[in-house]
Write a protein that binds this ligand. Structure first.
Ligand code: NDP
Length: 334
């Protein structure tokens, strides 16, 4: 069994001094448990937060523990009547090649609806995040302008396509020209702006001639500040993530912007809504029904960035925090 263990808490970018690749014996399944072999490991920005020892919505990974994460695995041995060898399941088994899990902690996927890796992305956690955040908290109406940051990523690409189905003008923000081109050409975004361009703020304003009604916040930082200048009265801002700040080691420079920011919330009657997808389990069946239909009808398309080899998980994760991925990042383990 190969596994990545958290041995030291990172300040800034995590590297091999924080996450160590180790070998251990393959575990054995007890009663009501199954032995699993990881096929695809999902790599997600939230993992950076779990390496910190600070209060959050979830407990941090302990030092010496296997790094947390969700994976699609194949059942190798089963000591539970409901699961058989060969079944494909999703579980939070962490960054390791083999694991044991209680059968009732697993979700058996239907590879007929979508390929196994897609159950970590468009049919899984990140697709669900887009669905919940946009529909429950963004509440887009036909004709409105929806802006989404990290637009070409796992969550962003789905947000934009659902917003298009709702009849909105959709503007993406991403950190590379090929990413911008991709969301316009493949997902039907109306426009996409590269936040690394010098005239980013002007480009964003031109792309949103009627202002912004919904901003799906994935990044924070300078993108957030540019968007705030363009939001319309009664805009809704689902706060999904703030990846620009995950590796930050000190507070940003410059004057404290809290006072004008609070003023804008009041004057424009803005609605900010932080959300965590796992609080909304009751919507999962409805999401799976809708998404499998959209995939079948070709209304939602998706891009995965599949990195081969378990040992490459750390460098791929570093790339995710720097924008190297193109679409949902997964490790093909075996
Ligand atoms: P992505 O597939 O979008 O990958 C992360 C992307 O973030 C990178 O490719 C990069 O794209 C962008 N990025 C990295 N650093 C910066 C930066 N400094 N400034 C701006 N953009 C940056 O990841 P996901 O779609 O999985 O996640 C998107 C967001 O959603 C994250 O913030 C994540 O934490 C959040 N999330 C929240 C959930 C919830 O329940 N609330 C659940 C799942 C995800 P680029 O090249 O465009 O910069």
């Amino acid at each position: 069994n190969q596994k990545f263990t958290l041995v030291k808490r990172p300040v800034g970018m995590p590297d091999e001094t924080h996450l160590k690749l180790e070998e251990s014996a393959i575990p054995t399944a007890g009663e009501d448990e199954v032995l699993l072999q990881t096929r695809y490991l999902s790599l997600d920005p939230y993992m950076r937060g779990r390496m910190n020892d600070s209060a959050s919505y979830a407990t941090p990974v302990g030092l010496g523990e296997v790094m947390t994460g969700e994976a699609v695995s194949e059942v190798l041995e089963s000591r539970h009547p409901d699961l058989s060898p060969g079944d494909m399941v999703i579980a939070r088994t962490g960054w390791q090649t083999h694991s044991v899990a209680r059968a009732d902690a697993l979700y058996r996927i239907d590879p007929g609806l979508a390929p196994p890796s897609a159950w970590l992305g468009v049919m899984g956690m990140t697709g669900f995040t887009a669905y919940v955040g946009l529909l429950e908290f963004g509440r887009p109406k036909p004709g409105e302008t929806v802006v989404v940051s990290a637009a070409s990523g796992a969550v962003g690409q789905v947000v934009g396509q659902i917003a298009k189905m709702k009849g909105c003008r959709v503007v993406g923000v991403a950190g590379a020209n090929d990413k911008c081109q991709h969301v316009v050409d493949h997902y039907g975004f109306d426009a996409c702006v590269n936040y690394k361009d010098d005239n980013f703020e002007d480009q964003l304003e031109k792309a949103c001639p009627n202002g912004i009604d919904v901003y799906f916040e994935n990044v924070g930082g300078k993108v957030f500040e540019a968007v705030m200048k363009l939001v319309n009265p009664f805009a809704r801002i689902p706060v999904c993530g703030r990846i620009a700040h995950y590796n930050q080691t000190e507070l940003p420079e410059g004057p404290d912007r809290l006072v004008p920011f609070m003023g804008q919330i009041l004057i424009k009657r803005l609605m900010f809504r932080g959300f965590i997808q796992s609080d909304h389990h009751e919507l999962l069946p409805q999401f799976r029904r809708d998404m499998s239909q959209w995939l079948e009808e070709g209304k939602v398309r998706y891009q995965e960035d599949v990195v081969e080899g378990f040992e490459n998980a750390l460098s791929a994760f570093q790339g995710l925090l720097q924008g190297r991925n193109r679409g949902k990042l997964v490790i093909k383990v075996s």
